[in-house]
Structures are given as C-alpha cells and as structure tokens.
Write a protein that binds this ligand. Structure first.
Ligand code: GTP
Ligand code: SPV
Ligand code: MN
Length: 626
C-alpha cells in the first residue's frame, strides 16, 4: 500500500504505512551555497541543538509522524476507522490566525497602508533579534525547502522555511511541494524567499517538552521589500505554515503587483454542465466563508459536475494568449472541520478517509474523529478538542469552531485532472462573496470589470473563528484580502483596475459576480439551502457567460429574472425567495455611507475610479428610492 492508495479490501490495515522495502537510493541534491550560508547565519542566532535538511520523502514523513506521536503532539486514530491519520490538540491559546500580531514592515508606512499593522523595518529587526536569540535551544531546526505552484510552471515560486516544529514540517509537506525537488530548482538558480519560524519554546538541558510548544508572545512579520518572513510563538496553520498566507498571499501579492499578476485568496473550480463544455471560476470569500465547500461542491443539479482545482489561494496572470489564467499554488487543503458533513460536503468527508492530520477536533471512544456537523446526531460521548470528556449535555462545542483537517489535494475525489497543469486554467468568471445575514442578495452580476473591482473592494463580511476577534462582527474585507494584502490596499485596488485595462486589450474579460450564501430570514435561519444547491447559482452564471439569459437591472448590479434560477428539487417559499433577492435602497445608502468612510481611510491614494463607482451607486440608489 502506498501512502495515497485507498485500501481496496476491508481486511486489516497496517497501523503504520508500509515502508518501502528497499532503502531509497541516496539522491545527491546540491545544497545551494546561498541557502547554506543563510542557514548557518540563522543557526548562530537560533542556537538549535541539531539541524536537519528536509528531503520531502515518504519515509521522512513517517519518521516525523512517529516522533510527533512520541512527543505527544499527535495521537494516532484507530487505523481500522481512519487509516494512517492523527489528531493534534493544540494549546488553548494557539487555535487561529492572529491578525493583531501580523506585521508588514516597509520603509515607508504608507506602503503598508491603513489596513495593515506597520512597523519600521530596522526597529522590528532589532526587536526580532532579541526575540529569536536562542529560540531553538534544545530543539531540532528543520530546513524546509518548498515550491508554490507546480515545479516547471512559469508561475512556480520557491522558499525555504526554518522551523523547530516537526508538526509544522509535516503540515508544510502536505500543503506544498516540499523537499529535494524544490531545493533542486533553487540550486539551479530559482530565487527563493527565506522564512524563519520558531514556536518560541527553547528547552533547557534535561527540561521535558510539552505536547504543543508555543509562546504567549507571537509575531508574524513580513518584510515585503526584502521578501522575508519571520514568525514566532505559534504552530497554528496560517501563523506557522509560512508558504501559505505569509508567502503565497502577503509576499506574493507584492511580487504580483511588481510583475503584473495577481495573488488572491480564492478557490478555483472547473464546472461542467450537461453540454460537456467546461467553465472555470475563481472565487474570493473571506476566511471560513465557504471556499473549501464550494471547491468540493457536489452539485444538486442533474448532469452537472464541479471539479476541484484549489480551495484557498489562486495566482492569476494574463497568458500568452491574452486570457486570464490561474494556478493553485498549494498542494493540499487546510480546511475548516465544523460544518463538513455527509449532507453538506460528502466530497470532503470522502477525502478525509485516511492520511489526514486533524487539529482540535473531538475524538470518539472508538478512536475516530467527530465535529459539529459531521453527523446530524451527536455521539453520546466524546473526548473534546481540549482532551476533556464531553457529552451532548456539556453545553459547549466538542470541536473547536476553527478545528481543521490537513489533507493532500491528490486525495480529493473531485480533484480536476488539470489541477496542477503548469499552464493553469483559463478563468471565465470571478466571484466575490461574504457572510452577510442581511442586505446582500444571493447573487448579483457586476456591470463590467471596474464595477466588479468596486464590488470586490467593498465586500463586507461577518467575522468567523478563523482569526482572533469577535465572531459575527461585520467588517469590510476587500477581496477577502484584508489580512493578506502585503501592501497598501488602495494600491491593490489600483492594480486590479490596471489589470482589467490590460485584460480589455486581450481576447475576453471575465465576468464578475457577487454572492451571499448566508442571508437570514426573520427567524434567524439561512434563507438559502447553500452547499450543493449553490450549483443553481453557477448555472445562472454559466447562462450569463454564454449570453443565454437576460437579467434584471438593479442599483447594485444585474439580478436573475423572476424564475431565472432552477429551483426544482428544493423547498423554498416565495417570501424567502423574494427576501433573498431584495435590494433595499435605504439599507444600501447606509452601506454607501459606510463605504465612504472606509474609502476615506485611504486618503488620496484611493483610485478615483472607485469614488466614481460609489457616486454612480448612490445615484442609482437615490433614483430607486424615488
Ligand atoms: P478558510 O479555510 O478559513 O479560508 O475557509 P473557507 O472559505 O474555505 O470556508 P469553508 O468552506 O471551510 O466553510 C466555512 C464554514 O461555512 C463551514 O462551517 C461550512 O459548513 C460553512 N458553509 C460553507 N458553505 C456554506 C453554504 O453554502 N451555506 C451555509 N449555510 N454554510 C456554508
Ligand atoms: C484562513 O484563515 O483564511 C485559512 C486558514 O485558510 S489559515 O491557513 O490559518 O490562514
Ligand atoms: Mn483561507
């Protein structure tokens, strides 16, 4: 059995993955002198007990997992129920991204912009030298080369992360193309981003370790002008897997602006209607607002398929053919567990059959996992994410609301054949969305690219458990990139407008839509069934792309005509449907006032086009108010 093969028999499954019978032939990978020099320099600062260069092999992963079991960081699940899978219970203080401790250090504060925490680079460097000095004492420092994007793609980018967390190494191993293959490219001259990560828990001689080492003081620091990342104190996902949000969004967004492409917090899917012709969509929703679920959607429409290309990050560029193309730079999924169930997302549940690391979910007495929404019925007793006994009467969630699974993309049954095509896929439409209990309709189409940029720039969403803060609080999250843009958001808007101008000179400009799966009725329940039924919205979009259906003009954009959505097979009454699409001019004028305040925070730097779009919106709303 290789690591990724689904067991075909119901017979006993080995407790651990079978090791290759013969040792893998020693491959000689040149360690680039530049990387070696940097590693030596950092080792002098961090003072690790040992240095290990990570090769990315299955054997190495296996040994790291065994080490993590020995350390108590992870526990193996019952191999009969969940082959070669593990549960990690984090420290209670280390469960989400920390936006308040995320810093962008640019020479000029204005280049970080009002939405980022700025620090003066020299002062931050001096501070970090103190923080990181001796941070890895008593621990192993892993040197982790990685590639973002398929190796061989013109879009692939490289990095090397140092970390003292084996949990982070195995996570990077799932989320990126990690090890020798990436190092080889660096040795051949590919440029690379250095990233230093420490859990900030040095061990004195003889000091016993804890299962989840971390530090109450945390830093996630970016020097976009030097393309450098420093992270301290956390082993949680986006704080520690530096290839992901820190590199593929914050640093890459800066590279993308300079080089004329886009680094976005977007899923990528391939949608095939019964006609057999495929369409590709890129969709930006804020954290925990439905990207993974849409990426793995099982369409509730006969004859339709949705295939997965990416679930969190997309890099987009204009290809030689003038078309908008995109790749998923990642190699795995770091997905939200709660709400992922057989009814809502059978594809994800299937992908998690084995070879999965779960973090902060609950476990059953049989040694399997559980979280809210996995099954309709709650198990009678569980061990909760904190490791405490739990019953349905406990009155608290068994899994942390931001509990996650980490699984290879190749294990996803809906993964598209061309998901790792080095040339990417051609994008037909871009979707923006957010979590809005009120105001925002199920779907609306932008009038053109610039109006679409205005839509993206003004997305607001209720906060989720993916980052610290008050869950449910409404905030502007432009392009779902509020925590992820590595430069001034006003310049980011300008870059999108400019990108549209370049696209207009080419074959076809993608359509832009806005969606909201989360509008609620007076009783507080969701008006729209969501999940697989979101395919009905995709169906309308495809018809719009092909110019097959008209639309109703509204002050905020084009809406489906009455009867324009296929609703066979779902129960939704007329009142709910009307509320789903209701555009209230008064409420949107208040929204426009809020947008004006948001735009004002950017001062002179805000592109004039966005002010013009706001004025046009107000004009249309005033007219609709009569
Ligand atoms: P990040 O990984 O944090 O970027 O999140 P994400 O955007 O991938 O969100 P994800 O798909 O994991 O969904 C987050 C939560 O929203 C889960 O609890 C889902 O069950 C829920 N959700 C997703 N899609 C829908 C939908 O169409 N309707 C409703 N009501 N809930 C949804
Ligand atoms: C998000 O918060 O948008 C995530 C999870 O995708 S993390 O990797 O922690 O950023
Ligand atoms: Mn995300």
């Amino acid at each position: 059995m290789t690591l990724l093969d689904r067991p075909r028999t119901t017979g006993p499954v080995p407790v651990v993955a079978a090791r290759t019978a013969a040792p893998v032939a020693e491959r000689v990978v040149v360690r680039p002198a530049e990387v070696q020099a940097w590693v030596a320099e950092q080792a002098a600062l961090l003072e690790p007990a040992e240095i290990v260069w990570v090769d990315g092999s299955t054997r190495e992963r296996h040994e790291l997992l065994q080490l993590l079991v020995t350390n108590g960081t992870i526990e193996q699940l019952n191999p009969d129920l969940r082959p070669y899978s593990f549960i990690a219970r984090s420290a209670e203080s280390d469960v989400a991204r920390l936006e308040s401790r995320t810093f962008i250090c640019t020479d000029d504060e204005a280049n970080a912009g009002p939405t980022n925490n700025w620090r003066e680079p020299a002062a931050m460097r001096a501070e970090l030298q103190g923080v990181f000095r001796g941070a890895m004492r008593g621990r192993t420092m892993y040197v982790v080369p990685f590639a973002m994007g398929p190796i061989g793609s013109p879009m692939a980018r490289f990095g090397v992360q140092l970390t003292d967390s084996p949990y982070v190494v195995v996570s990077v191993g799932t989320m990126t193309r990690m090890g020798d293959a990436a190092l080889e490219q660096i040795a051949r001259g590919a440029s690379w981003v250095p990233a230093v990560h420490s859990v900030g828990a040095p061990l004195a001689p003889g000091q016993a370790d804890v299962p989840w080492p971390c530090n109450d003081t945390k830093y996630i620091v970016h020097f976009p002008e030097n393309r450098e990342i420093w992270s301290y104190g956390s082993a949680y996902g986006g704080n520690a897997i530096l290839a992901k949000k820190a590199y593929a969004l914050r640093i890459a967004s800066v590279m993308a602006r300079e080089e004329g492409w886009l680094a976005e917090h977007m899923l990528l899917i391939k949608v095939t209607p019964p006609t057999g012709r495929s369409y590709h969509f890129a969709a930006a929703f804020p954290s925990a607002c439905g990207k993974t679920n849409m990426a793995m959607m099982t369409p509730n429409l006969p004859g339709w398929t949705v295939e997965t290309i990416g679930d969190d990050i997309a890099w987009l560029w204009i290809g030689a053919d003038g078309r908008l193309r995109a790749i998923n730079p990642e190699a795995g999924f770091f997905g939200v567990a709660p709400g992922t169930g057989l009814r809502t997302n059978p594809t994800a549940v299937d992908a998690l059959w084995g070879n999965t690391i779960f973090t902060n979910v609950a476990t059953t007495p049989e040694g399997d996992v559980w979280w809210e929404g996995l099954t309709d019925e709650k198990p009678a007793s569980l061990t909760d994410w904190r490791g405490e006994q739990w019953t349905p009467a406990s009155g608290r969630p068994a899994a942390h609301p931001n509990s996650r699974f980490t699984v290879s993309a190749r294990q996803c049954p809906s993964i598209a054949e061309d998901w790792d095509d080095p040339e990417g896929v051609v994008i037909d439409a871009i979707i923006f969305g957010g979590r809005r209990a009120s105001n925002v309709p199920l779907v609306v189409e932008a009038r053109d690219w610039d109006h679409g940029v205005f839509m993206g720039a003004t997305i607001a969403s209720e906060q989720t458990a993916a980052a610290e803060g008050t869950v449910g609080e409404l905030r502007r999250d432009p392009f779902a990139m509020l925590p992820f843009a590595g430069y001034n958001m006003a310049d980011y808007f300008a870059h999108w407008l400019d990108f549209g101008r370049r696209l207009r000179r080419s074959a076809r400009v993608p359509r832009v839509f806005q969606v909201n799966w989360f509008r609620k009725g007076a009783d507080g329940s969701f008006l729209w069934p969501g999940f697989g039924d979101n395919a009905r919205v995709l169906e309308w979009m495809v018809a719009r792309i092909d110019g097959q259906v008209g639309a109703v003009d509204s002050p905020i954009g084009s809406l489906p005509m009455p009867g324009g959505l296929t609703l066979d097979g779902i129960e939704i009454d007329d009142a709910a449907l009307e509320e789903l699409f209701r555009v209230d001019p008064e409420a949107f004028l208040a929204e426009a006032d809020d947008i004006e305040r948001f735009f004002a925070s950017f001062g002179e730097r805000l592109p004039a086009e966005l002010q013009r779009q706001l004025a046009l919106l107000r004009g249309r709303l005033e007219a609709a108010r009569g």
